[in-house]
Design a protein around this ligand. Sequence first.
Ligand code: PLP
Length: 252
Amino acid sequence: MALTTKVLIVAGTDPTGGAGIVRDIETASYYGVKASLAVTSVNVQDDRHVAQKMPVDADIVEGQMLAALKSNEIGAIKVGMTGNASNVNAICDVLLQFPTIPVVLDPVITASSGGALADDQTIQAIKNRLMTLSTIITPNLAELARLNNRSCALNHAEAIEQGKLLVNLGCSHVLVKGGHEKSQTSIDSLVSSHSIVDYSFERLNAEMRGTGCALSTAIACNLAHKKPITECIRLAKEYVYHLLEKTGTKTE
Ligand code: PLP
């Protein structure tokens, strides 16, 4: 099958293949979407810890993005781990030149192993600039709290309130994810200035690295296929649900 629809992945590496760029490209390939790539950070990490990070120079990040965007017709851009604040600014400078391409931002702050993947300056730059240039941002509960300078929401209503705060800062859609909540059903809510759309799934007793990477890239692939955003979220959620069901590690 010729892969014609294209997504640009702007993200960091995970040598285990559990998260980051490998997960992103696997997801794009599931959707029959061709991946273009800008590497932001080369990392040494595994399922237990993040040992080293080597952010790529900002001009190289910018160069990679421009090369991809000028050689291909890109249907959507997924931004994951950025590496540092200079990279965030470089990414924003490029995005401003391509304002019609939808952008999905997974604001990667901490790996599930607990290792930090973004420092305070990076988080501030994401909040001040990158978030407002994104079509949708997909923070987990901890990232949502960090972006709002608050403590982690204790229930879904509180998480939605934190999502609204990001919308008020200029982010057009926030997907508030219930994956780390304790309820029996896992509810995600797509929050925008005019609506809240809920997606309810049975909670699976399974875990897997890189679910955030897979979800955000799946949304980007569906946006590249020009589907409405509410449909993109539903399809991406279904994809991650089946991935977890098939390959997740059982937690009970
Ligand atoms: N490492 C990289 C490079 C990532 O982009 C991500 C994405 O969220 C992660 C790690 C986090 O994955 P996990 O939470 O599964 O550790």
